[in-house]
Write a protein that binds this ligand. Structure first.
Ligand SMILES: Nc1nc2c(c(=O)[nH]1)N[C@H]1C(S)=C(S)[C@@H](COP(=O)(O)O)O[C@H]1N2
Ligand SMILES: [Mo]
Length: 365
């Protein structure tokens, strides 16, 4: 039997799987994914710095927008809620290293199973509207983002990310003040976070208080050194022969996962059992999900739940009546509207972008 995961309860959160406590990294138990939206209290947590905000005074908190703009802005939460049109969308937030523990050979980094992701309805204001109010000057190239968390030592680079100007102004990137109709939990970025639909969560800067418009390319540790992927197809590389060219990680790849049965769950024979899972991609939308109950020899279409938007995950179900007792190897694969497929094999040095056809072993009794 694998070791039982250690559960901990942080302020504003329910019992989650402890990865590290300084900084907090907490994983969502799989059973929470049997619903469309992940409850705020069960949503995973990942910070890089120990110095994370534990309270924010909204009377003095301001979001600063400055740099290569005509009129720098300093906005209170009230300004954000009342002076800009609210927008809302459902989107998956997934850590680049979600599912890293399944990489073989193992790679360093948090050994997440599949719980470094969640799906929520995000509400806030368009980043484009904020930039338009500030008046971006001609020649702007990148927009940089940073939050209230602080590095432990003066020499350590604080967490900052950047998007290209066109992406920042696409009308979808959002500065969110609500998650599932409530304030953001402190550990998920209260009072504001960037939401970058379809892109890995590393860009979703939490406790966001600084937006900087730049007349040149952004440079910083978290773009230039960390969170980079090989430029090879599927970001695949060979241990011992690492790719030489890398780029910042960006849009999420296509995935489909099992949520039920859970690993080690026993399934009774000759009784219909509903296999459940979810599928998502970087924003093209899921077209079809197929399940195999015979280790990939034959495949059948799963039934898709209603579509909640192209950045949401799509739940799927498959009714299975296992004919007899024994070990079964279930597989699942998804196809999206852009014609992308999943791959059978993936490895890279950072354990990012897992998109393989997943398999789960089930004991039928
Ligand atoms: N300010 C700040 N924002 C951040 C980070 C961070 O360390 N500091 N980590 C990023 C990474 S890598 C991930 S995976 C997500 C995690 O979001 P969550 O904790 O809300 O699940 O936050 C992102 N935003
Ligand atoms: Mo992450």
């Amino acid at each position: 039997m694998p070791d039982a995961p250690r559960l901990v309860r942080y302020p504003g959160k329910t019992d989650l799987i402890l990865m590290t406590d300084r900084p907090p990294q907490l994983e969502t138990p799989l059973h929470y994914f049997r619903q469309d939206l992940t409850p705020n209290e069960a949503f995973y947590v990942r910070w890089h710095m120990e110095g994370i905000p534990t309270s924010v005074d909204l009377d003095t908190f301001r979001l600063q927008i400055s740099g290569h703009v005509g009129k720098p802005l300093s906005l209170s939460m009230t300004d954000l809620r009342h002076q800009f049109e609210p927008v809302s969308l459902v989107a998956v937030n997934q850590c680049s290293g979600n599912s890293r523990s399944f990489f073989e050979p193992r790679v360093p980094g948090g050994q997440w199973k599949n719980g470094a992701m969640g799906n929520a309805r995000w509400t806030g204001v368009r980043l484009r509207d904020l930039l338009d109010r500030a008046g971006v000057k001609a020649g702007a190239v990148d927009v940089g983002f940073s939050g209230l968390d602080r590095p432990p030592l003066a020499g350590t680079p604080s967490f900052a990310k950047a998007l290209a100007m066109d992406h920042a102004r696409d009308g979808e990137v959002m500065v969110a003040y609500e998650m599932n109709g409530e304030e953001l939990p402190m550990l998920n970025g209260f009072p504001l976070r960037l939401v970058v639909p379809g892109w890995y969560a590393t860009y979703w800067v939490k406790a966001l208080n600084e937006i900087m418009v730049l007349p040149e390319k952004f440079h910083g540790f978290w773009m230039d050194k960390a969170y980079r992927i090989p430029t090879t197809p599927d970001a695949n590389e060979v241990p011992g022969h690492l790719a030489t060219e890398t780029v910042p990680i960006n849009r999420m790849c296509l995935r489909s996962l099992f949520v039920r049965p859970e690993p080690d769950e026993q399934v009774p024979r000759q009784i219909p059992f509903e296999i459940q899972g979810l599928a998502f991609d970087g924003g093209y939308g899921i077209q079809r999900v197929e399940v195999s109950t015979d280790a990939g020899a034959t495949w059948q279409a799963a039934q898709l739940d209603p579509d909640l938007g192209k950045y949401s995950w799509r739940r799927w179900r498959f009714s299975w009546r296992p004919p007899m007792a024994g070990q079964y190897h279930l597989k699942v694969r998804a196809f999206n509207r852009a014609g992308q497929k999943q791959t059978d094999q993936l490895w890279n040095r950072s354990g990012f972008m897992r998109n393989v056809v997943e398999q789960t072993d089930v004991e039928v009794i």
